[in-house]
Design a protein around this ligand. Structure first.
Ligand SMILES: Cc1cc2nc3c(=O)[nH]c(=O)nc-3n(C[C@H](O)[C@H](O)[C@H](O)COP(=O)(O)OP(=O)(O)OC[C@H]3O[C@@H](n4cnc5c(N)ncnc54)[C@H](O)[C@@H]3O)c2cc1C
Length: 297
């Protein structure tokens, strides 16, 4: 289906985009890669009267290392992150970027658009929640920076005002003895995952000193599996601690039964993905190079 007719506005700067959104009001939406917004418009699930295009704003697509953090401009495409040596410093980011849909979507879709969309099935929030991540926003009253955990409020809902934009995503580089992994289970490449698990852990010899675990596609937002983290923190990674963490992940998941699988199936799935992700993260924390790609049904 064709989208409803709309007016197209091309912004020359983020400040100008904010002004345009303020003047055009509630019927206006920013356009980044269009990989979520345009399909929704074609399905008439979104019907904005005005689109403010961010794609031609200079200096909004970059990956920079500064003060122990990686900075991603909002318009940085998934494919740029997939192919970046700098982003590969945090392997879990590469796992995520390389696993999103197909090459066409990865060439257009942006990290800023993904975070702003807050799709419960999206990959970025799940991965970024395992790392100290901040979202820098720009609006009518200037800029503000907030932790990702405070940015996403609910499914498809963030703290962004109608005339406010994501400007940058900042991710602190984890310590040397840290390793992460993101595993998503998919029915095919160009579809969202059925379930996913992201793990970032820091090892002290054989003991897991610290760990962050997030589950994807099994709730209205990415779910932080705190009891699963507690099962591993300060412990050696053994079959026993893994089993406790898996059981805690199964309990933390809050999935819906749908065409991708039953709720019980998804609980079992994320627990199994978590176990594999922990093993890979621990190997990476020991300095091993481990390739990860999505698991297909
Ligand atoms: C076939 C297909 C398969 C896909 N599979 C996956 C998948 O497996 N995993 C996954 O994570 N994603 C998947 N996606 C979505 C894809 O990753 C999109 O890139 C992502 O949802 C964000 O889209 P975008 O950058 O194209 O933003 P758009 O679609 O342009 O915008 C999305 C929303 O965010 C708003 N927005 C955009 N940029 C900003 C900004 N800087 N500040 C504030 N608001 C902004 C827009 O107004 C809109 O509401 C898929 C998409 C398609 C078409």
């Amino acid at each position: 289906m064709y989208p409803r007719a709309f007016h197209y506005h091309r912004a020359g700067s983020l400040e100008e985009a904010v002004t345009m959104l303020s003047q055009l009001g509630d019927e206006a939406r920013p356009l980044a890669g269009g990989q979520s917004l345009i399909p929704l418009m074609k399905l008439r699930l979104a019907n904005p009267l005005h689109l403010v295009d961010l794609n031609f704003i200079p200096g909004t697509s970059y990956i920079k290392g500064e003060n122990g953090a990686l900075h991603f401009g909002a318009l940085t495409r998934h494919a740029e992150i997939e192919n970046s040596d700098l982003a590969a410093l945090i392997p879990i980011l590469h796992d995520c970027a390389a696993g999103i849909a197909d090459v066409q979507v990865r060439n257009r879709g942006t990290i800023g658009g993904s975070v702003a969309e807050a799709d419960p099935s999206g990959d970025w929030a799940v991965v970024l929640m395992t790392l100290p991540t901040e979202v820098r926003c720009i609006g009518k009253d200037g800029e503000r920076t907030l932790p990702l955990a405070n940015f996403v409020k609910d499914a498809y809902t963030t703290v962004l005002a109608q005339n406010e934009l994501v400007k940058e995503i900042r991710v602190k580089v984890p310590p040397q003895e840290s390793g992460g992994a993101y595993l998503a289970f998919k029915r095919a490449a160009p579809v969202y995952a059925t379930g996913s698990a992201a793990v970032q852990l820091t090892m002290d010899g054989e003991v897991c000193q610290d760990v962050a675990i997030t589950l994807g596609c099994v709730g209205l937002t990415a779910i932080k599996a705190k009891d699963a983290e507690a099962a591993l923190r300060g412990q050696a990674i053994t079959e026993k601690t893994l089993a406790t963490a898996m059981e805690a992940a199964r309990a933390a998941a809050d999935p819906q039964s749908d065409m991708r699988g039953s709720a019980e199936y998804k609980r079992a799935l994320v627990a199994a993905l978590l176990k594999r992700a922990i093993h890979i993260a621990a190997r990476r924390a020991r300095g091993e190079q481990v390739e990860v790609s999505p698991i297909y049904a």
